[in-house]
Design a protein around this ligand. Structure first.
Ligand SMILES: O=C[C@H](O)COP(=O)(O)O
Length: 261
């Protein structure tokens, strides 16, 4: 089954709403409509930027989509600081990142938390981008495939095949995030193939053939071509390089198969 590549730009805690508007305008200008037949491109700004990004994208009928970096596992109520799935859906978000390693490490999110947030996203019609990834010690011990398979199984435990078919999975080795130390294309392929095999086990072969598996960790225009050229890698979750319009447009164009903008 042909899977359309997805390039998702996770801005993390960068750019206020005015800067967000400027960046989205530049990306849209650099990436004409023809590219969007071959690649889905989404921006994942901080919560405070989403309304401005929505207004721009809807007002100018841009072909980019947008999403959020996190979602509450709760529906509503006394959860100070939390943002619900229904709030994000009302703002027109397509995607929500769930279980990013920075949330797992810095905010103590477990596989159970990630599963609850994944359910909250699905319940509200959002596509969760469920993140997994091993630290350096696990990679150096050679246990990375088993570790990622376990993390994925824990993060998707009990979901139906239909629910799993609506999810995007992102493999992000923690040692490659923001470090400039990108995994080799073969490293990315090895884990993404194991992810797809695990989806076949948890759901079925058809769901596994259709689910999009992204790689994340120091992706740039220099390495994206080789990475998304791997059989089981269907795009990228991009951090630092998504904050530069030209670079993000260029790497999206490469994922689309070119030509360069
Ligand atoms: O969500 C994005 C990843 O954490 C990758 O970040 P990076 O491209 O800055 O390494």
């Amino acid at each position: 089954m042909a899977r359309k590549p997805l390039i998702a730009g996770n801005w993390k805690m960068n750019l206020n709403h005015l800067e967000a508007i400027a960046l989205v305008q530049k990306i849209a200008f650099s990436l004409p409509a023809k590219y969007f037949d071959k690649v889905d491109v989404t921006v994942i700004p901080p919560f405070t930027d989403i309304r401005s990004v929505q207004t721009l994208i809807e007002g100018d009928k841009l072909l980019l989509t947008y999403g959020a970096q996190d979602v509450s596992a709760q529906d509503s109520g006394a959860f100070t600081g939390e943002i619900s799935g229904s709030m994000l859906a009302k703002l027109g978000c397509t995607f929500v990142v769930v279980g990013h390693s920075e949330r797992r490490t810095l905010h103590g999110e477990t596989n159970e938390t990630v599963l609850a947030k994944t359910k909250a996203a699905l319940k509200n019609g959002l596509t969760p981008i469920v993140c997994i990834g091993e630290g350096l010690e696990i990679r150096e011990a050679g246990d990375h495939v088993a570790y990622n398979v376990d993390q994925l199984k824990g993060s998707l435990a009990g979901l139906s095949a239909e629910e799993i078919s609506k999810i995007v999975i992102a493999y992000e080795p923690v040692w490659a995030i923001g470090t400039g130390r990108v995994a080799s294309a073969a490293d990315a392929q090895e884990v993404c193939a194991a992810v797809r095999a695990t989806v076949a086990e948890l759901a079925d072969a058809e769901v596994a053939a259709g689910v999009r598996v992204l790689y994340g960790g120091s992706v740039s225009s220099k390495n994206v071509g080789e990475i998304v050229g791997q059989t089981d890698v269907d795009g990228a979750l991009v951090g630092g390089a998504s904050l530069k319009a030209d670079e993000f447009a260029t790497l999206s164009a490469i994922a689309a198969g070119g030509p360069l903008p």
